[in-house]
Write a protein that binds this ligand. Structure first.
Ligand SMILES: [Zn+2]
Length: 243
């Protein structure tokens, strides 16, 4: 079976910045190039596979010479049922395929300025497709593991007075999360979102091969990795002072 187009290297190297700068026509061409990346970006009939097509530039569709099926760049994809500009689909792909697993539908709806319901369906479909990619191959060799916390703090009224209490639960909204990135040196990265670094350990063990040397900072969250991997500790505690 051909690789899903969302898992192609073209989709994986899509950058948000590049997508933002695309005109409508460029966005359509980029989408087509990703969708039909298994045919050097050249469209073919999604119904019968025929390579000979009539093009209707004004209507931005193709018609199959073999079976007369008419299709657009998104026909037959998870994006077909929506009426968003193609650029939005590209943004969704860039956000999802390259982004953190915990990217929420709410965040997607804000980032794309689309209705929550639309974002929810897109997010679900993208998550399914991307999950397949993540299970593709385990990381190996030398892998750096790092977590970055974000969100969830209620800003204290008197910052100075409350500073030492910042980490207490009563000052958190329960929405604090950590993005943990597993980064293969000179290779690929796998970002995931968790409630805490410690919670990421089973996922790390699942995605990093035995025999890998794992580099992490000296936080106790990573101690549990020692049972499975040779560890290198990185000291960057001076950088991790809570804001
Ligand atoms: Zn056809």
């Amino acid at each position: 079976m051909a690789q899903h187009f969302l898992l192609s290297s073209k989709a994986r190297t899509l950058s948000l910045k590049a997508v933002m700068a695309l005109t409508d026509d460029e966005a359509r061409a980029t989408f087509a190039a990703i969708r039909w990346s298994d045919n050097d970006g050249q469209p073919y009939c999604p119904k019968c596979g025929c390579l000979t097509l009539y093009t209707y530039k004004a209507r931005k569709i193709w018609k199959c010479k073999g079976c007369t099926h008419q299709f657009s760049a998104t026909s037959g994809t998870i994006f077909a049922s929506h009426k968003l500009p193609i650029r939005d689909y590209l943004l969704a792909i860039a956000l999802f395929v390259n982004g953190a697993k915990g990217m929420s539908a709410l965040q997607l709806s804000r980032d794309l300025s689309v209705q929550y319901k639309t974002a929810f369906v897109l997010a679900h479909k993208l998550r399914e497709a991307v999950a397949a990619l993540r299970n593709d191959r385990k990381l190996s060799g030398e892998v750096e593991v790092d977590g970055a916390y974000f969100g969830g703090y209620v800003k204290p009224r008197n910052h100075k007075e409350n500073r030492r209490d910042l980490r207490r639960t009563e000052h958190q909204t329960g929405k604090r999360q950590v993005v943990v990135v597993m980064r293969e040196r000179n290779g690929k990265s796998l970002p995931f979102v968790f409630k805490s670094e410690a919670q990421s350990v089973p996922t790390i063990k699942e995605h990093v091969e035995v025999g890998t040397k794992v580099f992490a900072d000296e936080a106790s969250s990573w101690d549990a990795l020692v049972t499975k991997y040779e560890m290198g500790r990185i000291n960057h505690s001076q950088l991790s002072t809570p804001e």
